[in-house]
Design a protein around this ligand. Structure first.
Ligand SMILES: CC(C)(COP(=O)(O)OP(=O)(O)OC[C@H]1O[C@@H](n2cnc3c(N)ncnc32)[C@H](O)[C@@H]1OP(=O)(O)O)[C@@H](O)C(=O)NCCC(=O)NCCS
Length: 183
């Protein structure tokens, strides 16, 4: 999930930090293009193909969430459910429009996915670039809110990538409590 230089895209304007009701929902196929344009515009993430986002929004929507205000995309999580660990939500990419950062929205997006199927998810995992403090703090905050253990370790060293890509640390949060379970 490490940064690429932001590129120009015509379809996603950065929303102004005005008041307004923010809604969260699973995406549909037509949102794939909007997420792709957001990744290119907002910066901070590897830009994958438009097809990859379309596929995620269409076929893996249960592990994804979009935040919108007045119909404008404000943030998203593209997640995966690893086939060998179905109780894990793997957060593949998460981003919030620059004007909407620092308000806790990314954590709400992850919680939105977990809340759809609380009996299923016991762990949240993500790859975080070693210098991405906002992202690391996002996942530390998630662990705190859920009162769950938090671990981070290098997972994919820089040498496994083409030149210029940082290592990826794996953060792992959990086990999350089951509903009604007490500490
Ligand atoms: C990472 C990101 C999704 C966080 O979204 P957000 O809605 O702003 O997250 P939050 O408001 O919950 O902030 C998360 C934490 O990071 C902290 N934070 C925010 N911006 C920060 C910054 N520039 N540097 C350090 N910490 C920062 C917040 O204070 C908060 O910490 P706290 O809970 O201990 O107070 C957002 O910054 C973003 O879109 N970044 C670009 C894409 C990216 O890097 N995605 C993650 C890839 S691994």
């Amino acid at each position: 999930m490490v940064a690429n230089e932001p590129q120009q895209a015509a379809h996603v304007a950065a929303p102004a930090p005005a008041d307004g009701h923010v809604t969260l929902r699973p995406p549909c196929a037509q949102d794939g293009r909007r997420v792709y344009d957001a990744v290119r515009t907002w910066g901070g993430l590897d830009v994958n193909s438009a097809y990859a986002y379309l596929l995620a929004c269409d076929r893996f929507a249960a592990q994804c969430s979009l935040a919108e205000r007045d119909g404008e995309l404000l943030g998203f999580v593209v997640g995966l459910a690893p086939s060998d660990t179905p109780h894990t939500l793997f957060v593949w990419q998460v981003a919030v429009a620059p004007a909407g950062r620092g308000l806790g929205l990314a954590g709400r997006l992850v919680d939105d996915i977990l809340a759809r199927d609380p009996a299923r998810y016991r762990f949240v995992e993500a790859h975080v670039g070693p210098t991405n403090q906002a992202s690391m703090r996002l996942f530390e905050g998630l662990a705190r809110r859920h009162d769950a253990p938090f671990e981070a370790r290098e997972d994919y060293p820089a040498a496994w990538f083409p030149n210029g890509h940082d290592a990826e640390c794996l953060v792992r949060i959990g086990p999350l409590r089951e509903q009604g379970e007490t500490p």
